[in-house]
Design a protein around this ligand. Structure first.
Ligand code: XMP
Length: 510
């Protein structure tokens, strides 16, 4: 079944993925595509509405991104946001000028009644970030909101269903900003709200069944949310034709490997093979202290371990990849400097004998993947699992990885997780874990001198791991965590709290 679709043209602004997520949250499917999509492709896409995002350019500058004027003549509603609204005004004959004063941050606007301002208050705060402004509207348009510095903070042409907002309705700082997006979708575009995760699951299962038939599918299971949800969808669709391989590198958190087996093999009855290769990984890591070398060794051995299992399984028709929508968007963009060489299952195709790749989650944002996980009945501990790096605990142990340090790390991390959950903070902190710092200090325990490890606590808030802030865990919670770790975990006599943001630090220590 085909659902209604909105097309979002990306002019390079910083909130663009957020616009797409908001539209999806409003139960309307959308795609975020580069702004140079051709007129013919736009027509072929057949959207119920088009959104132009913000962007860093000025419309009157040479070389700034443009839009084919015919897009406004299709009868398809358009909403321009920030640069997008200036582009609309400029293209249709209005005037956009450089303003003397920029508007950044929260600004009060007053709204007039219109299809996109339904249920908006007469005055409210919105989030602005612009220097250029529209001084003359194109013919047929009327002003729908204004601020002190911006005569046309919103405008529109009801007949042609064209609207523009100078502010950012997608960000939380805009009061009832989501209502404006909702109005555009439901009042102007005629959305019916057919993008729900239960529809997605039902349609995806039918689609997978039709595509796969009676063929064989292979999936690398990491314990992470994406591979877990992808595997479960496929299992629902084709049952035992799916074989999953879980490489246990011995660097997972306490009880985690057992949990994967108990949820997916014992609970869901999946055909799940575990490669118990912890010893091999530890052997290869012996004496290695450099973070990048550790990452490379683990990444390579992971592929070898998977390859061994894949060979035993033989030729398969499909290989599952846990690609999600942000990966699809990012893959269209250039590469930046390598800070850390990331390890994930993306490196597998060359070592597996398969015919086609199947990516059941490639249309979904992370929060949608989680909703699908719940829809499929997966337990909360799987669906809400914190992001966890491919190289696992090895990059949370500074210096050489040993069995003894792994045990200290697992036990301290387990206590941290228990206490964070008890304090009800697990929903708001993005990632929280302990680190073995590779320094020892003198302590006194039971009248004896000790000389033991310093364990660090790392806890951050973030929205996408690109930037992060250290979490303000209350002192009394930190105190309980510290007391429990030094009392209950062997070889620790001091706890420190990492209070650096990213940048300049990174989330993981290595
Ligand atoms: P950093 O430490 O670079 O981490 O701030 C950003 C996010 O990525 C996770 N991370 C990884 N994820 N393979 C992964 O799949 C890796 O090799 C890897 N290294 C770091 C990290 O936990 C954080 O969420």
């Amino acid at each position: 079944m085909q659902h209604q679709r909105v097309l979002i043209l990306d002019f390079g602004g910083q909130y663009n993925q957020l616009i797409a997520r908001r539209v999806r949250e409003l139960s309307v499917f959308c795609d975020l595509v580069p702004c140079d999509m051709s007129y013919e492709k736009i027509v072929e896409y057949n959207p119920i509405g088009i959104i132009f995002t913000g962007g860093p350019n000025s419309v009157y500058e040479e070389g700034s991104p443009r839009i084919d004027k015919r897009v406004f003549e299709l009868g398809i509603p358009v909403l321009g946001i920030c640069y997008g609204c200036q582009l609309m005004a400029y293209t249709l004959g209005g005037t956009v000028e450089h303003a003397q004063t920029s508007e950044y941050g929260k600004v009060e606007v007053s709204y007039k009644s219109s299809p996109i301002t339904v249920d908006m208050p007469a005055k409210a705060v919105c989030w602005m970030s612009h220097t250029d402004r529209i001084t003359v509207l194109p013919e047929g348009f009327v002003g729908l909101a204004k601020s002190d510095n911006c005569p046309y903070a919103a405008f529109g042409d009801k007949e042609r269903k064209l609207y523009g907002v100078q502010f950012h309705p997608e960000v939380n700082h805009t009061f009832k900003g989501t209502q404006i997006l909702k109005n555009f979708l439901y009042e102007v575009c005629g959305a019916v709200g057919d993008w729900t995760m239960s529809n997605f699951v039902a349609n995806k299962i039918d689609e997978l069944r039709a595509r796969i038939g009676d063929k064989k599918v292979l999936c690398a299971m990491s314990g992470g949310v994406d591979s877990a949800v992808a595997a479960t969808l496929l299992h629902r669709a084709v049952g035992d034709q799916l074989v999953c391989v879980f490489v246990d590198h011995g660097l997972l958190r306490k009880y985690e490997a057992d949990e994967v087996m108990s949820v997916f093999k014992d609970g869901l009855g999946m055909n799940l093979i575990k490669a118990d290769d912890g010893r091999i990984f530890l052997e290869k890591l012996k004496g290695v202290t450099d973070p990048e070398t550790k990452r490379k060794i683990i990444g390579e051995q992971f592929i070898r371990s998977f390859e061994k299992q894949a060979k035993a399984i033989g030729k398969v028709d499909f290989l599952v990849q846990g690609t999600i929508y942000p990966d699809v968007i990012e893959s269209g963009k250039g590469k930046s400097a390598v800070i850390k060489s990331h390890h994930n299952v993306g490196g597998l195709p060359s070592v597996v004998d398969f015919k086609e790749i199947v990516e059941p989650l490639r249309d979904l944002f992370k929060d949608e993947v989680r909703k699908v996980g719940f829809e499929l009945g997966l337990p909360k501990k799987v669906v809400m699992r914190q992001p966890f790096p491919g190289p696992g605990l090895a990059i949370r142990i500074m210096g050489e990885v040993t069995e003894e340090k792994l045990e200290t790390l697992r036990d301290s991390d387990y206590i941290l997780r228990e206490e964070i959950a008890k304090a009800g903070l697990d929903g708001e902190i993005w990632q929280y874990f302990t680190v073995i710092t590779n320094s020892k200090t003198v302590g006194v325990q039971g009248d004896f001198r000790t000389y033991e490890n310093v364990v660090a606590i790392r806890a951050v808030t973030s929205v996408d791991a690109m930037t992060a802030d250290w979490a303000r865990i209350p002192y009394d919670v930190l105190e309980t965590i510290s007391t429990r770790i030094v009392n209950e975990v062997k070889h620790v006599n001091r706890i420190v709290y990492d209070i650096t943001s990213k940048p300049p630090s990174t989330i993981e220590w290595e």
